[in-house]
Design a protein around this ligand. Structure first.
Ligand SMILES: [Zn+2]
Ligand SMILES: [Zn+2]
Length: 143
């Protein structure tokens, strides 16, 4: 990723009810191994693209939010109330940032790949990570 890369993209959920647009400076491209991403991904890490929350809006439908009551820092996930697809995660730890699920992008080739691995303390032996990728035990912004 080049510094200050800006990106505009659209995306949506599995059933098509929820559509969004995201625009702004890319804040991070991460492969997150946290236990919650594993719950929602089916066991693997999740690919996230961090985008400014003020550049994110729904063009169709509206998401519900599930709050994580187990985490030390309040965090939640926005999901389609009809099909359950998770669109993004957000946390009070990083205000103003939405971590959008790359799989929901219309054109996933825009992503280009992660530039860091996160929450590597939750990694299992079957989670292989590119050795070139910097691996942080937690979110680097909270360390
Ligand atoms: Zn849906
Ligand atoms: Zn995660």
């Amino acid at each position: 990723m080049t510094d200050n890369e800006s990106l505009t993209f659209t995306g949506g959920c599995y059933c098509g009810e929820l559509r969004y647009k995201a625009s702004g400076t890319v804040l991070f491209k991460a492969l997150c191994h946290c236990e919650y991403c594993q719950i929602f991904s089916g066991g693997m890490a999740a690919l996230l693209v961090g985008m400014p929350a003020d550049g994110f809006s729904y063009s169709q439908g509206d998401a519900k939010k599930s709050v994580n009551k187990h985490s030390d820092s309040p965090s939640y996930r926005a999901f389609c109330p009809s099909c359950g697809t998770h669109i993004y995660a957000a946390s009070d730890m990083s205000p103003g940032v939405v971590s959008i699920k790359v799989g929901t992008m219309d054109d996933t080739s825009l992503y280009g790949g992660p530039n860091m691995a996160l929450q590597c303390q939750d990694r299992h032996s079957y989670h292989t990570v590119d050795p070139e990728l910097p691996c942080f035990d937690q979110w680097p912004w909270s360390e």
